[in-house]
Ligand binder design. Structure first.
Ligand SMILES: [Zn+2]
Length: 68
């Protein structure tokens, strides 16, 4: 689910994951499309916008996971 993620929170999540998609381990530096920050437990299921509930994902994993 798309939602504004504060710049500092994005930085924490990206550095924690070493710029790797947390699902398929693709490296963000090799991607033409900026990786997305997504909610592990989606907002519609009560997930929060906190570092522990956020993951960096390549566009393929982001689109395939969806909100459920
Ligand atoms: Zn991926």
């Amino acid at each position: 689910m798309s939602r504004y993620i504060p710049v500092e929170l994005r930085r924490i999540v990206v550095e924690r994951a070493n710029h790797l998609c947390e699902y398929c381990l693709a490296f963000e530096g090799f991607s033409a499309v900026k990786f997305q920050i997504e909610h592990i437990v989606s907002l519609k299921h009560g997930g929060q916008t906190i570092a522990e509930n956020l993951a960096i994902a390549c566009i393929y994993c982001y689109l395939n996971k969806g909100t459920d």
